[in-house]
Design a protein around this ligand. Sequence first.
Ligand code: SF4
Length: 358
Amino acid sequence: MFGAESHGVELTVDPADVERLLNVEPVDVSAAPELTFARNVFVPLTTACRYTCTYCTYYDVPGEASLLSPEEIERICERGAEAGCTEALFTFGDDPDDRYTEIYDELDALGHDSIHSYLREACEIALECGLLPHSNPGDQTRDQMELVADLNASMGVMLETTADVTAHGGPRAKNPGQRIATIATAGELDVPFTTGILVGIGETARDRAESLLAIAELHDRYDHIQEIIVQPVVENERWRGGSPDIETMRRTTAMARVALPEDVSIQSPPNLAPVEELLDCGIDDLGGVSPVTDDHINPEYKWPALRELERIAERADVPLSERLPVYDRYLTPEWLSPRIRAAIDADDDAGRRYRALL
Ligand code: SF4
């Protein structure tokens, strides 16, 4: 089921469950009684990536990739905290490979021998500025994740799909099994985790059902999935393959709602998906919304203003509330490191801002 390699994580998705999920329709689920969102700043730590997904405008090729300096990270985080954000969303390409010599030279000059070592420093800066880190550094080994987990309120990586699709292809193809292994590692390390599927990159409806059930099985094993993003691929300068139609998005969103327990949120990103046409399919979260930085992963698709989110909720006649980058049910010693707990409990402006959302 997971392409070329399973990376040591065996899943046992039942074919009968796949068939059941394939028969789910929007009428089988209910609209959520409320909507949530988080206020974040995007911090694109590096645009270097070892892969070359054909729908992705985030990565830059060797020689053009960027690495934010500590001063730039601090500036972005300070602006975010001043604008009332609670989350520093650290975005990455996957672990830059050794073609990115300039990135490693820059890391070396900063006193780091790996991007994860630098991410740790970046998370410290975010916490100092009054933001809770949520890092999304692509595939990670256990050692890499352990290095940064205690400085993150939650972490994430999009599974996208368990299928081998040509959109992941090329000389350096992303392997779904490695994504599964990363999600499993987060579970082993008790890291509250965000993942999701990317719809329209060449996968079939069956692939989508299998992908959702794979996430559900990992959640059943570790109880660590806080939300699933159901994201359509969108056209950009590298992808001219179009977006999935509304019926596909509606069915897939409903499938996600049925596949996961109710306490796992289903998120639809309002700058990419026709959210209002999906509200009755079970979404209950509108994701991270940034009042000060662009969506660097989809820069042509501007985030809607917070007022627009309020309008979406008003038209749906449901309350809209802001949340932290870690969902409430993970605010326990089992899931939160002492460092993150201390930041939330602190008697300072940031601590008060965090606690106001609980
Ligand atoms: S989608 Fe992610 S893994 Fe693929 S090229 Fe873009 S940054 Fe790299």
